[in-house]
Design a protein around this ligand. Sequence first.
Ligand code: BGC
Length: 256
Amino acid sequence: MSSTDSAQRRGFGIDVGGSGIKGGIVDLDTGALIGDRIKLLTPQPATPKAVAKTIAEVVNGFGWTGPLGVTYPGVVTHGVVQTAANVDKAWIGTNARDVISSELNGQDVTVLNDADAAGLAEERYGAGKDNSGLVILLTFGTGIGSAVIHNGTLIPNTELGHVEVGGKEAEHRAASSVKERRGWSYEKWTKQVTKVLIAIENVMWPDLFIAGGGISRKADKWVPLLENRIPVVPAALLNTAGIVGAAMASATDVTH
Ligand code: BGC
């Protein structure tokens, strides 16, 4: 692939997760992957250098030489990692953009928060595509990630999962990892999710919530049980949202 292809509305996205690093070429007109994605295991320990090398392997697996976007599960400002809630603390203070770029012959790299990437993709091509106004995507996984998007414009690095709800951080109350750890039923866990959604909607008044993360695959078991007032729809892109959103971010600078 040459960088001419990226000018033809193609992008490349990498989604960095705790267990896998996935990448693929994205058609930016439709949000669909062009061909298969490649997934490699996340190296352990997941230090910046080791992760950057694995990212380069994925990128080179496609022969991609244009700009690319990469997700990171924490706050990233101007390419620099600021937080590491559920990942190796060695990331804090690292210029992820430079570390990854140096494994790829100085190629342009955009690094953005994982939930922000998923939110961009869902809002444009997925569960939010028919909605305008203020959309908030929440990802329920090891932690809770958030993306806040107004009429297609992302406000990067919101961390609604760390907002205190009833004396406890939202993600310690209602991440899907809490459900697993405690062996809770969907009914019990959904009560905690309702509390988090009500706390957010009381201060932000979105038009729509999108529920993402692995547990949104079972949305029929819990979304109907929610008791907050603003509609919640399950994410539609699931496996590809991070890759697609990262590719979008590399094409238009949405980071700060
Ligand atoms: C982090 C967020 C991230 C989310 C999901 C949270 O603990 O603070 O930045 O988006 O986990 O990975």
